[in-house]
Write a protein that binds this ligand. Structure first.
Ligand code: AMP
Ligand code: ZN
Length: 466
């Protein structure tokens, strides 16, 4: 059985086949948060869809190396630090830490890498990439010192989004706000410093300035995963212009096909509108935790609608998630009481479990998969009512559920690794990405003090008891 995924690039469901000749390693890049505020749960819908994708691929035997970047310099972060009167790094540090806590509460598996755009090695790489683009004549410097990508030189621009961009390619120079661009669709690779940027700037061959958002992702993705990715994800709002721009820049620099599969989730909606900071119709995770909902319940809601369908967020949806989880908990408790310490029966895996995995194989059909889970719960409860389930069969059911739960992560008892340890490990990952080895060692010691050890592997940190 192979995994099939809907590829935005081709608008078709395709069998998934990674670049790795052994068919095992998967390189996956996921656009991360802009750390100027607490992420809202719309953002987390995207990250939970990516988590489901990673976990399902792993359940099917793939090894996923996932990168999630942190956008810690852009207009919003600069405006935020100015407003608070603190340096940019101090301003974003608070929201980075909050983000890692939120990932933890939502049981999202840590990525292997969390690169931050402002890390010196990535800024250097962005500049290097822009220099290459300049040498190819696909970009140009405007009078104010900003550098733009010339979309007219990349005929495939618009292909991912299936847009006809003729109207974005007028000839002759046009004036766009304060910057001068040749065509309205040309996007900034490098933004020249202006007074609003305060002390946020880097030296470059084009003068002081800062990178554009799109080149940040191209630089971090190719630095960590190489010129060719297997999967690139984000929300549908990222398709254009962000991902289109990433393709144009990366492919001009590397000469390679940037990503084979492009996956995008539909929006989380509130009363028919996209949940967004700018619309003011958002909940942060913290808002919902304060109302008494748990991370597990919120995870369930965000997970339970197919990623390509809009998800209408309501508090009553959270209440329904609570009811569904109570049902799962009661079933597991009942199975646990029946199984006691009896070893699992050596029978073939429960058919419902295979059907659950097969549903997810079909472009992450979560509704079908959860349908299988609840049918399984109903049938096994009936068997227990009738006294027809042996302790060994109950133990077998629990073992099968553990496989399924390695994807869903919705069990009540996930306390094998304490939250505090997971939080420290996530923070250590971020310190390592920033090459802050002193802080990373301190965090390793803090993890050890809690009785755990962390090992760094290509797939990310592995945590075991000391
Ligand atoms: P941002 O911090 O705005 O760059 O967004 C981070 C990620 O969240 C991106 O992948 C966006 O596509 C995604 N995103 C933002 N708003 C929503 C929403 N309402 N529903 C689903 N995903 C979203
Ligand atoms: Zn991105």
């Amino acid at each position: 059985m192979s995994v099939s995924l809907f590829n935005t690039a081709t608008r078709t469901i395709e069998a998934f086949k990674p670049l790795d000749p052994a068919g095992r390693m998967v390189k996956m890049y996921t656009c991360g948060p802009t750390v100027y505020n607490f992420a809202h749960i719309g953002n987390f819908r995207a990250y939970i869809f990516e988590d489901l994708l990673q976990r399902h691929l792993e359940a099917r035997g793939f090894e996923v190396e996932r990168v999630m970047n942190l956008t810690d310099v852009d207009d919003k972060t600069i405006a935020g630090c100015k407003k608070c009167g603190v340096p940019l790094a101090d301003f974003t540090a608070k929201f980075k830490a909050a983000f890692f806590e939120d990932l933890q509460a939502l049981r999202i598996k840590p990525a292997a890498h969390y690169p931050a755009a402002t890390a010196p090695e990535y800024i250097a790489r962005m500049i290097e990439m822009i220099q290459t683009l300049q040498s190819q004549d696909v970009s140009y410097k405007a009078d104010d010192g900003s550098v733009y990508f010339r979309i007219a030189k990349f005929p495939r621009y618009g292909q991912l989004a299936h847009l006809n961009l003729d109207e974005l390619r007028p000839s002759g120079r046009i004036q766009n706000d304060e910057y001068e661009k040749e065509a309205i669709g040309d996007f900034a690779l490098w933004k020249a410093w202006n007074a609003d940027d305060g002390d946020v700037w880097w030296e470059s061959p084009w003068g002081r300035g800062r990178p554009g958002w799109h080149i940040e992702c191209s630089a971090m993705a190719t630095a960590l995963l190489g010129p060719e990715l297997d999967i690139h994800c984000g929300g549908v709002d990222n398709i254009f212009p962000h991902h289109e721009a990433e393709i144009a820049q990366s492919e001009c620099v590397t000469g390679r096909h940037f990503s084979r599969y492009w996956l995008h989730c539909a929006h989380l909606m509130v009363e028919g509108q996209k949940m967004a900071k700018s619309a003011g119709n958002f909940y942060t995770l913290r808002d919902l935790l304060e109302k008494g909902y748990t991370g597990r319940e919120i995870r369930y809601v965000l997970l339970s609608v197919h990623y390509r369908l809009p998800l209408n967020f309501t508090l009553s949806g959270l209440d329904a998630a609570r009811t569904a989880l109570v049902r799962i908990d009661a079933w597991l408790e009942r199975l646990g009481a029946l199984a006691g310490t009896v070893p699992a029966a050596e029978t073939a895996a429960e058919p419902a479990m295979s059907r659950f995995l097969e549903a997810l194989d079909e472009d992450l059909n979560i509704s079908g998969a959860l349908g299988q889970l609840f049918d399984w719960i109903r049938d096994s409860n009936r068997a227990m009512d009738a006294g027809q389930l042996t302790p060994a069969a109950a133990a077998r059911t629990l073992a099968d559920f553990a496989v399924l739960n390695s994807i869903l992560e919705i069990d009540a008892d996930k306390a094998s690794i304490p939250d505090a340890v997971l939080g420290l490990v996530q923070e250590r990952q971020a310190a390592r990405e920033g090459k802050d080895w002193g802080r990373s060692d301190q965090l390793r010691d803090a993890v050890a003090a809690l009785g755990w050890q962390v090992k760094d592997t290509k797939q990310g940190p592995q945590i075991t008891r000391i």
